[in-house]
Design a binder for this molecule. Structure first.
Ligand SMILES: Nc1ncnc2c1ncn2[C@@H]1O[C@H](COP(=O)(O)OP(=O)(O)OP(=O)(O)O)[C@@H](O)[C@H]1O
Ligand SMILES: [Mg+2]
Length: 251
């Protein structure tokens, strides 16, 4: 199955933010969406999630037109974690992750739903606060719970907008490892907005570089070059290879 984004133009009111975006995303791969503030990264995720309607173009998941999906159907296929959530539930962590199962629950959660929540809590290593209230957790702990909920939704597509922003380095690595392994083992189509280019190089398989709503480059880590970083951010950078992985040194 492929997520095909075909000639998407989108924006707010009458201003166009995304211009003629076309890209194909394959199962099992993590794609990093990179670009300056205001370049349209969150807007692109919102278009895929069905929150912003495009002015033109079409998005297909396999042969499904994503635009035609209704609420529950969409939630079974696409999980979306917004950039910053300011409305936090006063529920417990367990209940909050269980909310990720809502698209599958018609009356009350069954044993499978509860098993998925328990597994997810274990994978994310958050047993110690599973029964605490969300609004009594630290910013990083909340972020882990929200990512866990998106994964418990068991969708085909996972969209994460700056998921590791509030996390310490250890948690950043832990979360990105979970996202990468879960994407590969479950054949997910994952798109993650990241500002840290080295973190993106460490975990992503594919890269999309946005500037002013246009795709400047896309492809494997080779597209991340000093030249393209200068073009996008106006910065000086060097590229090195360390243990067979590309790294960026910002000068
Ligand atoms: N709800 C909105 N109404 C009107 N304009 C908006 C809205 N949301 C975003 N924009 C505008 O669209 C452009 C792209 O915003 P977007 O949030 O997609 O950028 P971004 O790449 O995610 O930036 P950041 O890295 O700061 O999160 C910006 O110029 C922004 O001002
Ligand atoms: Mg954003």
């Amino acid at each position: 199955m492929t997520l095909t984004i075909n000639s998407i133009s989108a924006g707010y009111d009458s201003s166009i933010i995304l211009h003629d975006i076309s890209v194909e995303l394959k199962q099992g791969l993590v794609t990093a969406l990179i670009g300056p503030n205001g370049s349209g990264k969150s807007t692109l995720l919102k278009v895929i999630a069905g929150i912003v309607k495009p002015y033109a173009g079409i998005i297909r998941l396999g042969d499904i037109n994503v635009d035609e999906l209704k609420g529950t159907q969409r939630a079974q296929l696409i999980a979306y974690l917004p950039q910053a959530s300011n409305s936090l539930p006063s529920t417990t962590v367990f209940e909050s992750i269980l909310l990720g199962r809502k698209p599958y629950i018609s009356f009350e959660p069954d044993s499978e739903d509860l098993a998925v929540v328990e597994d997810t809590i274990k994978i994310f290593n958050i047993e110690q606060y599973a029964f605490k209230k969300i609004n009594e957790l630290s910013g990083g702990e909340i972020q882990k719970v929200l990512i866990a909920r998106a994964i418990a939704q068991r969708t085909k597509v996972l969209l994460l907008d700056e998921p590791i922003n509030h996390l310490d380095v250890k948690n950043q690595l832990e979360i990105m490892n979970i996202v990468k392994h879960y994407t590969a083992s479950s054949g997910l189509i994952t798109m993650v907005v990241l500002h840290d280019i080295n973190r993106a190089l460490q975990f992503a398989d594919e890269f999309i570089l946005l500037k002013d709503g246009y795709i400047i480059e896309r492809g494997s880590s080779e597209v991340i070059t000093p030249h393209v970083l200068h073009e996008i951010y106006g910065i000086e950078a060097d590229c090195i290879t360390y243990k067979k992985k590309r790294k960026i040194i910002i000068i």
